[in-house]
Design a protein around this ligand. Structure first.
Ligand SMILES: CC(C)(COP(=O)(O)OP(=O)(O)OC[C@H]1O[C@@H](n2cnc3c(N)ncnc32)[C@H](O)[C@@H]1OP(=O)(O)O)[C@@H](O)C(=O)NCCC(=O)NCCS
Length: 432
């Protein structure tokens, strides 16, 4: 028998702390999935997301137990009625590697949707993530409204963008940059290039953990991984699948990564992708945000063919806001957070950009909760949980949060908040 944490949680009396309607059965139980639940969970998943062809055989128990992800289920009696999976990931934010709970595979059985079954399931999975020190959580929603109650807000998107191969032949040449096929020996250099690019952004996974690790298997997954070299040093790479056929009207090369740390590497890699134009008419690239590698393209022949919004929530205010290296300013910023269970007053101390956050009750707190509530707005700015998520990700300025009603109270520190958290673009390049 494989040891798994199958801690049983009983939803018990429904929580109404966030003003939500609840009609849950008292028999509802929320717990980590066991191997015996796997077939039912798969059926629920394929009914929710659709599946093509015959289902893959179930993995042996040992293999399942070793797979990444913590799967949770809600059970009405013995029947699985909702499930989700949480991946422990590391993402880059403000130059720091941040422990992140990536939520995926959320599904409620069709006949039971709208009953509020997701609430106890998400609450249990996020409580566990918090306990493991995961300071933020991210996910790709099918509808953002599902997750706003937990403080998630859209901070970026993962897109598929197509370009005609012929356009790539017009990219300016890159003298002094060579391209060649990557080998296993290049893996550390590829990881180095990825870290250099991703540490300069907010949001990308560090690709430190399965199933996102850039290891031997990852390299073998592609038709090819091609690197750009300058003076013998790898300064960029692209991971690509050739796709089917040689009719340029229909054939497409699929590119998962085009990562470069110099303009020359970007030009060389785009030209490499365009070199198949006699047999492949289009290149479809997985990308996000405004990436400098795209600024070497000479024309406007790109088409966004799919976009997947990315949401973030802060799970732990003190954990998420401490130890960051922000814009090198020194400031003391009292603030409060409302909603999604993050409610409280805090102070952010910033010393030459390095942050330390701590609970910091307002002076009125001593006079009691009612007085604090009354004084709260005048005392310090108040972020909604979703406003804090957007600020943290560097996705919105304080001014924009005010326009959306996600930041209220004194505005004296708005410019400082914006200066501290702005300046990095939001990117995400791994789907889960
Ligand atoms: C999405 C899904 C899990 C929601 O299940 P549900 O039983 O309706 O969830 P709940 O009743 O617990 O509602 C949770 C919240 O989601 C909101 N919600 C549910 N469906 C929604 C939709 N299609 N669009 C926007 N919001 C939605 C509810 O209004 C509720 O919001 P609140 O917290 O502000 O009250 C379910 O419809 C499903 O399995 N869909 C198919 C698969 C899917 O889309 N999964 C999500 C992948 S990211």
């Amino acid at each position: 028998m494989v040891a798994r944490d199958d801690r049983l949680l009983t939803a018990g009396a429904p929580r109404t702390g966030y003003g939500r309607r609840m009609s849950l059965s008292a028999d509802l139980q929320v717990r980590r999935l066991r191997y015996a639940d796997l077939a039912g969970s798969r059926t629920l998943g394929s009914e929710a997301y659709g599946s093509s062809g015959a289902p893959a055989p179930l993995p042996p128990e040992e293999e399942w137990a070793a797979s990444p992800g913590r799967s949770w289920g809600a059970f009405d009696g013995d029947t699985l009625v909702a499930r989700l999976t949480v991946f422990s990931m590391t993402s880059w934010f403000h130059g720091d590697r941040v422990p992140t709970a990536g939520v995926a595979g959320v599904a409620v059985v069709a006949e039971r949707r709208g009953e509020g079954l997701l609430r106890p399931l998400m609450d249990a999975a996020l409580a566990e993530a918090r306990g493991r020190g995961e300071a933020v959580s991210t996910l790709f929603p099918t509808a953002p409204g599902i997750y706003r109650g937990w403080g998630y807000e859209i901070v970026g998107s993962f897109d598929a963008v197509e370009l005609p191969s012929s356009a790539l032949q017009r990219v300016a040449p890159a003298p002094g940059v060579d391209v060649r096929r990557a080998t296993q020996a290049d893996l550390p250099a590829l990881a180095g290039v990825h870290a250099r690019w991703s540490s300069a952004q907010n949001g990308p996974l560090a690709r430190a953990e399965a199933p996102f690790s850039t290891d031997r298997e990852w390299l073998e997954d592609y038709t090819g991984v091609t690197v750009a070299l300058e003076d013998g040093e790898i300064t960029g790479f692209t991971t690509w699948d050739r796709g089917q056929g040689y009719d340029p009207r229909t054939a497409v090369i699929q590119v998962d990564d085009l990562v470069s740390v110099t303009g020359g590497a970007a030009r060389a890699l785009w030209r490499f992708l365009g070199a198949s134009s006699s047999v492949v008419g289009r290149v479809r690239v997985a990308t996000s945000g405004l990436d400098p590698a795209w600024h070497v393209l000479p024309d406007l022949t790109t088409t966004v063919v799919r976009t997947r919004p990315y949401m973030l929530s802060v799970l732990d205010v003190v954990g998420a806001l401490s130890g960051l290296r922000l814009t090198p300013l020194t400031a003391r910023l009292p603030f409060a957070v409302r909603g999604a269970g993050l409610d409280g007053a805090f102070v952010l101390e910033v010393s030459d950009g390095v942050t330390a956050a701590a609970p910091g009750p307002s002076p009125a707190a001593a006079a009691g909760e009612a007085a604090r509530e009354a004084a709260g707005a005048a005392d310090r700015p108040v972020f909604s949980a979703r406003g804090l998520a957007q600020l943290y990700a560097g996705a919105q300025s304080a001014a924009n949060l005010r326009l959306a009603g996600e930041l209220t109270g004194p505005a004296d520190d708005d410019a400082t908040w914006t200066a501290l958290f702005g300046g990095r673009q939001v990117h995400v390049r791994d789907y889960f």
